[in-house]
Design a protein around this ligand. Structure first.
Ligand code: TYM
Length: 349
């Protein structure tokens, strides 16, 4: 539960409902460059751009247990994701940062969303179809129902905007459908949220097979760059990324997925349009391009890693998380009361 005992944590008043932004990251393994470009970097940009918007950013630990997790590893990963959020530039003055399981209302609304969704909708989710084959110990029920929990995460805060990568698009669509269905059944209750996808970098691909998403669960460690990778290792992964043999630096996802992915990474990290990169590197070799990109990636990771080590063992991290959870819970509990009332649950008049 959120920190109720720490008198040092000052509680801010709940602002009148302006716009709200919600997003989360699952603490399974370490975060990748894909998570950074598709999600984390967007949160940081948006926090500075959207002045009238309240941010709720969380560590989606309840989502992690849809597959088996080692207790100690999970604990470590939760803290690591929290520190990485801050290391990447999230400002706790602007953002409510918290751990999902510390706000019980997520699970409660998750159940209500399960009671709004149909099994067929869950079975159609591509992530479920992909992951269910990889569960040798049996498929946990929550792997199927997890999109209902994700819908709850978003609807609990009446989010207007949800910044995510491409792979979460289908879950967001489901969330919109569930919100609309619930509103129709019980009267206006939830805001129907909009997804926000980065212009470039919504799907960073594997470095060893650029037709697949960069994913930390891949067995080949050369296929992804982790935010905490040693800088030399990260450079080498870029240099050994799979490309084609025609030697022309041009964006063409179908014919040249490898170099297109590297152009996307370059463009995202430097905010340079891909067209401009194509003209800068016209006639230049892949090897020169990769060497430059390796430095750009190292330059992006270096400050994140420095900041990370400042946060990870710092009690300030706990203060930030407690404050975030407390604030999130205030808003979430009001919403749950409203939902119960609309549905006729409990004794609320
Ligand atoms: P997760 O933890 O798999 O990923 C976190 C975020 O990173 C994005 N992402 C990528 N973006 C670009 N290229 C990639 N290769 C790449 N890999 C991951 C994801 O799209 C995501 O935005 N279910 C979610 C977590 C979640 C959530 C939420 C998100 C739970 N509740 C509510 C938003 C709102 C998940 O598993 O993301």
């Amino acid at each position: 539960m959120p920190n109720k005992s720490n008198p040092k944590v000052q509680q801010k008043p709940i602002p009148a409902k302006g716009k709200r932004l919600v997003s989360g990251i699952k603490p399974t393994g370490q975060l990748t460059l894909g998570n950074y470009i598709g999600a984390l970097r967007q949160f940081v940009k948006l926090q500075d751009e959207l002045k009238d918007t309240e941010f709720f950013i969380f560590i989606a630990d309840l989502h992690a247990i849809t597959t088996p997790q080692d207790r100690q590893e999970l604990k470590k990963n939760i803290r690591s994701v929290a520190a990485l959020y801050l290391a990447c530039g999230l400002d706790p003055e602007k953002v409510n940062l918290f751990i999902q399981s510390e706000v019980n209302e997520h699970a409660v609304l998750g159940y209500i969303m399960e009671s709004t969704a149909y099994i067929g909708e869950m079975e159609r989710m591509t992530q479920y179809k992909d992951k269910k084959g990889k569960q040798p110990e049996g498929i946990r029920t929550s792997l199927l129902t997890y999109p209902a929990l994700m819908a709850a995460d978003i609807l609990l805060y009446d989010a207007d905007i949800v910044p995510i990568g491409d792979d979460q698009k289908q879950h967001l669509e489901l969330t919109r459908n569930l919100a609309t269905r619930f509103n129709h059944l019980y009267g206006d209750t939830f805001v129907v949220p909009e997804g926000f996808f980065p212009e470039t970098g919504a799907r960073i691909m594997s470095l060893s097979d650029p037709t697949k998403k960069m994913d930390k669960s891949n067995d080949n460690a050369k296929s992804y760059i982790m935010l905490l990778d040693d800088l030399g290792a990260a450079r080498n992964k870029i240099k050994s990324a799979i490309t084609d043999s025609d030697g022309i630096i041009k964006y063409d996802v179908k014919k040249k997925p490898g170099i297109s992915n590297l152009l996307t990474i370059y463009s995202s990290l430097t905010d340079t349009p891909i067209k401009e990169l194509e003209s800068i590197y016209k006639g230049k070799s892949y090897s020169l391009f990769k060497t430059d990109l390796a430095e750009i990636v190292a330059d992006a990771l270096r400050p994140i890693q420095q900041n990370y080590f400042e946060y990870i063992n710092n009690p300030r991290l706990d203060e930030i998380l407690s404050q975030g959870a407390e604030r999130a819970q205030l808003i979430a509990s009001r919403k749950i009361q409203k939902v119960f009332k609309k549905m006729g649950l409990g004794r609320i008049k």
